[in-house]
Design a protein around this ligand. Structure first.
Ligand code: F6R
Length: 261
């Protein structure tokens, strides 16, 4: 696991985008795993700039969302399919039809979840998965207690997650859905490269538990310790509780340039 402590949230976005650029440069039809929420917005903006400047193109890429709220109507501004269109698709050149998400409006939810797993498999699996982390340690919407082997399924959100996400719903907790469809932890672990990003003091405890705590279903983010290719990018505020921070800095400073992400 590579842990990169950066000076600012903008630098997280720049480095995260660089990981995607390096992948797409060697594999133009890469399959990307997309997170929503605040964390990846800077990364998407940096990526958009590099697409605009003609450095790379995502035209041949496809992408899968991590999760979706259950029951938000089509076009709802906080439906993740809408959010990703606004935060990512509209800024780059990936075809909208090449981006998929779990169907939070499905009548037959188990069938929709199985179809989503199949679609990821049919695409050849995710090459690079962008991950944020919840203040309670969740990745995607795998809340504490989620099976570390789980696949895409319905999952109830914790009250902490609903409180955290109320900011996207005008601060109205009642408006935040209670249920989600989410890629499972096993699904996420099948991706070939995980890029976990976090900024701010409110993520410090979750990051300490994820990176340096025991691997435990009580902190779903800790499962990344079992993955062979993980890049964690965080800012000073999110890194404040890390015991091994000075080593991460030394290792990053000593990293050979040829190695890339
Ligand atoms: C969203 C997702 C979530 C978020 C997490 C952090 O697709 O998978 O796990 O990454 O809730 O959200 P932000 O980035 O808004 O703090």
């Amino acid at each position: 696991m590579e842990v990169v402590i950066t000076s600012s949230p903008d630098e997280i976005g720049r480095l995260g985008a660089e990981a995607v650029v390096q992948l797409v440069s060697r594999k133009p039809d890469a399959v990307l795993g997309l997170a929503t929420g605040s964390s990846p917005v800077g990364l998407y903006d940096h990526l958009a700039r590099r697409v605009r400047e003609g450095e790379i193109s995502l035209r041949q890429c496809s992408a899968f969302l991590l999760d979706e709220y259950v029951g938000l109507p089509e076009g709802h501004p906080e439906r993740y399919r809408t959010v990703i269109e606004r935060d990512f698709v509209s800024k780059v050149d990936i075809p909208s039809a090449a981006v998929s998400g779990p169907d939070g409006l499905a009548i037959d939810i188990p069938e929709a979840c199985a179809a989503y797993e199949q679609a990821i498999e049919d695409a050849g699996g995710v090459d690079l998965q962008i991950l944020g982390i919840g203040s309670d340690g969740h990745i995607a919407f795998n809340e504490p207690g989620s099976s570390l082997a789980s696949r895409t399924r319905i999952k109830a959100l914790t009250s902490q997650t609903r409180i955290d996400n109320a900011r996207f719903f005008g601060g109205d907790l009642e408006e935040v859905p209670t249920l989600s469809l989410t890629q499972g932890i096993g699904t996420i672990m099948d991706a070939r490269h995980l890029v976990l990003i976090a900024s701010g003091a409110h993520k410090a405890e979750a990051m300490r538990n994820a990176i340096e705590g025991p691997v435990s279903a009580m902190c779903p983010g800790s499962v990344v310790q079992l993955h062979p290719h993980v890049t964690v990018i965080l800012d000073e505020a999110a890194a404040v509780d890390l015991t091994f921070a000075s080593y991460y800095r030394e290792a990053w400073a000593a990293k050979p340039k040829w190695q890339g992400f």
